[in-house]
Design a protein around this ligand. Structure first.
Ligand SMILES: Cc1ncc(COP(=O)(O)O)c(CNc2cccc(C(=O)O)c2)c1O
Length: 286
């Protein structure tokens, strides 16, 4: 595997960044997780737009134009001859003396990893718990910014691991359901689809947006609405969405079995429609 770092490609074992990189020292940076299917990078423009918005929100100036950043992703896939891949694109504040002041860093570090990833066949559903760790409030560290600060999610994931389940859901500071550690949440009740609004401390997931569009085009009633754990406990169906996860149904939450532990018809329909389009919307590599 060849890794892109600041204009050059390195073999995996030689792909290193400085210990003075503020991305490492302080989590000062942003990233995107992107997927390519059959030689098409799914919604590459949308991912690059979100990356630059996240950077802008942190006053992190990316000198490279968006077009160049897109080419970095394409070139990284080409040099590794990948068609179905998971891509990690990272921009840090850059190398600077010790001390968190961003002005110590003269220019950002940019690196891109691409690894083979077969499209998920749709796991057999997941069990989740509700974490006691609350999602960061929008006025503390806005989850809309996809930063390198993932400890909030990691602490919740540790709780899921100890509970022996796949995933943890986080509530926002008001107690409403926010999102998973690396995924958005959808709930179906009486054929109405709901997903937490951005004001519930969630990342505006690109898969989430795609599923909302598919649902609307399919004629479903879909709402962005604050939800409580009660809404999830009595749901007909629950599923999560994310670039890595795609769509995966939840079979149990905090011990409550959902839809008898089976894949629901709405989730199945949306998942099939997502699989149909995932290699058709985006940027061709070859
Ligand atoms: C907190 C959070 N919420 C929602 C999503 C889903 O967004 P997208 O539909 O745009 O992917 C994410 C993104 N989730 C994500 C992205 C990259 C890597 C990993 C990982 O688990 O290694 C997880 C995320 O990190």
């Amino acid at each position: 595997m060849k890794i892109y770092i600041d204009g050059n490609f390195f073999e995996k074992e030689d792909a290193k960044i400085s210990v003075y990189d503020h991305g490492l020292l302080y989590g000062d940076g942003v990233f995107e997780g992107i997927r390519a299917y059959e030689g098409v990078v799914f919604k590459l423009k949308e991912h690059i737009d979100r990356l630059y918005d996240s950077a802008e929100s942190l006053a992190l100036k990316i000198q490279l134009p968006k077009e160049k950043m897109e080419e970095i992703v394409i070139e990284t896939l080409k040099i590794n001859k990948l068609t179905d891949a998971y891509i990690r694109l990272v921009v840090t504040r850059g190398v600077g003396d010790l001390g968190l002041d961003p002005r110590k860093c003269k220019y950002p570090t940019v690196f891109c990893i691409a690894e083979p990833m077969e499209p998920l066949l749709g796991e057999d559903g997941i069990k989740v718990i509700t974490s006691s760790i609350r999602r960061l409030p929008v006025d503390v560290l806005n989850p809309a910014v996809k930063s390198l600060n993932y400890l909030n999610s990691i602490l919740a994931k540790i709780q899921a691991n100890y509970a022996g389940v796949h995933e943890a859901f986080l509530l926002d500071s008001e107690g409403y359901v926010a999102e998973g550690t690396g995924d958005n949440i959808f709930v179906i009740k009486n054929s109405v689809i709901k997903t937490p609004p951005l004001s519930s401390s969630v990342l505006k997931g690109i898969t989430r947006d795609t599923v909302v569009d598919i649902a609307k085009e399919s004629g479903y009633k879909i709402l962005e609405e604050k939800m409580t754990l009660h809404d999830l406990f009595v749901a007909d169906e629950i599923f999560i969405t994310g670039t890595a996860a795609e769509l995966i149904h939840v079979i149990e939450i905090d011990g409550r079995v959902i839809n008898e532990g089976k894949l629901g018809s709405v989730t199945k329909d949306l998942s099939q429609k997502f699989k149909e389009i995932r290699s058709k919307i985006g940027r061709k590599v070859y």
